[in-house]
Ligand binder design. Structure first.
Ligand SMILES: Cc1cc2nc3c(=O)[nH]c(=O)nc-3n(C[C@H](O)[C@H](O)[C@H](O)COP(=O)(O)OP(=O)(O)OC[C@H]3O[C@@H](n4cnc5c(N)ncnc54)[C@H](O)[C@@H]3O)c2cc1C
Length: 382
């Protein structure tokens, strides 16, 4: 019999889980409170690295995911996901207004840097990734492409906030949800439930107290236009010193089709609001990001700003993702806490979780280090 799985959260983790569940034969309903890819999954950079996590327990998950991204670009179309390999540079830059970079002399200094990057305020540059081990996707396109394929396979997306569960013993039989448009309450029967609520995961503790704590770090980003498409497939990791002496680590990602994404101004201790629709964008953070753009390239500093945005990075207490069975429930699962690598790690997370739900064990990745029960075990030991 076809299993019906309810997935709570339409970010990249929920979308990838729904995609692999439907590929493995389940029928999926994604319940998303605000809109697909409305938060971190639509506002992230989309940078992917094969081996940058090798010294961490997420190393194998990242390697599997990196390979799956290349496969998905074939399956869904590189244009639908924004996938392309990139060269990646680390540069030290101080705040300042860059001059024009049209003269050939610009590229004589720091020759590894692409021609569109002004050298005026850069003191050091090195190549830290190549087409062999770094790539990018467009996170919003990628998330939506996964959801679309899941819907083509018979699944659906409902714009509704999940507000509780119906259980019989240690089994979930249904989820309670409130339609975000009409405000109507409904109950949706399900054979299994997956919670993929990103930085909102802790809010579910009101009715699912065994979920571990997940905090949210607020980060701002902008997308600027590059209509002449002067930028190239090069990602920049900056060590940036502002004129006030403060250091930041912004990232600059040109995207196919004439857009450049810039992020890296975070705000500490800002509570996660009720929904993604309530996230407030600060004008001073946006101005700071434009200043960073201007230090890298005169054109980027003056470019039309297409998007001013902020979102929350979902972080667990030990810095590792939380993927697996919800403690105390037989058919409820959680996938969250992917921190700054959620776009990279979504495919392998979704693939392994789908196996765990439908076959009883994850085959493609070892999820042991990410077991949600580890927090309860650690608390007991204290
Ligand atoms: C500025 C920035 C840059 C980043 N850059 C990169 C990068 O380059 N590479 C990379 O790999 N990662 C990157 N990340 C990390 C990545 O964006 C996240 O790890 C990932 O998007 C998390 O996805 P998610 O699906 O868990 O959460 P989210 O995208 O937050 O999605 C959770 C969804 O759940 C919904 N929801 C919450 N509660 C409910 C409920 N009760 N009912 C229904 N729906 C609900 C929310 O509305 C939301 O849409 C970046 C993050 C930030 C902030």
């Amino acid at each position: 019999m076809t299993q019906h799985v309810a997935i709570v959260g339409g970010g990249v983790i929920g979308a990838a889980t729904a995609f692999y569940l439907s590929k493995q034969g389940a029928r999926c309903t994604v319940l998303e409170a605000t809109g697909p890819a409305c938060s971190a999954s639509g506002k992230a950079g989309g940078f992917l690295a094969l081996d940058w996590n090798d010294s961490s327990p997420i190393g194998p998950l990242a390697r599997r995911s990196y390979a799956l991204h290349a496969e998905l670009a074939q399956e869904l179309g590189a244009e639908s996901t924004g996938y392309r390999p990139v060269n990646t540079h680390s540069i030290s830059v101080r705040q300042g207004q860059a001059g024009p970079v049209s003269s050939s002399g610009a590229s004589k200094r720091l020759p590894s840097l692409p021609g569109w990057v002004a050298r005026d305020h850069i003191s050091q540059a090195s190549v830290i990734g190549t087409h062999e081990n770094t790539a990018q996707v467009h996170p919003e396109l990628f998330t939506n492409a996964l959801l679309q394929r899941m819907q083509e396979a018979g699944g659906s997306v409902q714009i509704a906030a999940v507000t509780g569960l119906v259980t019989e013993g240690d089994r979930v039989t249904a989820v309670k949800a409130r339609d975000s448009i009409s405000g109507e309450d409904r109950v949706l029967q399900a054979d299994a439930v997956v919670f993929a609520c990103g930085a909102w995961s802790s809010k579910l503790q009101a009715w699912l107290p065994q979920l571990p704590d997940i905090s949210g770090l607020k980060v701002h980003s902008i997308v600027v236009a590059d209509p002449q498409q002067r930028t190239t497939a090069d990602a920049l990791f900056l060590a940036y010193r502002g004129s006030n002496g403060k250091s930041l680590e912004p990232e600059v990602y040109p995207r196919p089709g004439g857009q450049v994404y810039i992020c890296g101004v975070s705000e500490d201790d800002v509570p996660v609001p009720a929904t993604a629709a309530d996230v407030h964008v600060r004008a001073d953070a946006i101005a700071q990001l434009q200043g960073i753009a201007a230090s890298v390239s005169q054109e980027l500093g003056a470019a039309e700003v297409l998007k001013e945005q902020a979102c929350y990075l979902p972080c667990s207490d030990d810095g590792l993702p939380v993927i697996g069975k919800v403690p105390g429930l037989d058919n409820a699962y959680v996938a969250t806490g992917h921190s700054c690598w959620g776009i990279l790690n979504a495919p392998a997370t979704g693939e392994a979780l789908a196996e765990l739900i439908l076959q009883g064990a994850a085959q493609s990745s070892n999820l042991k280090a990410f077991d949600p029960a580890r927090f309860a075990r650690a608390a007991k030991r204290r």
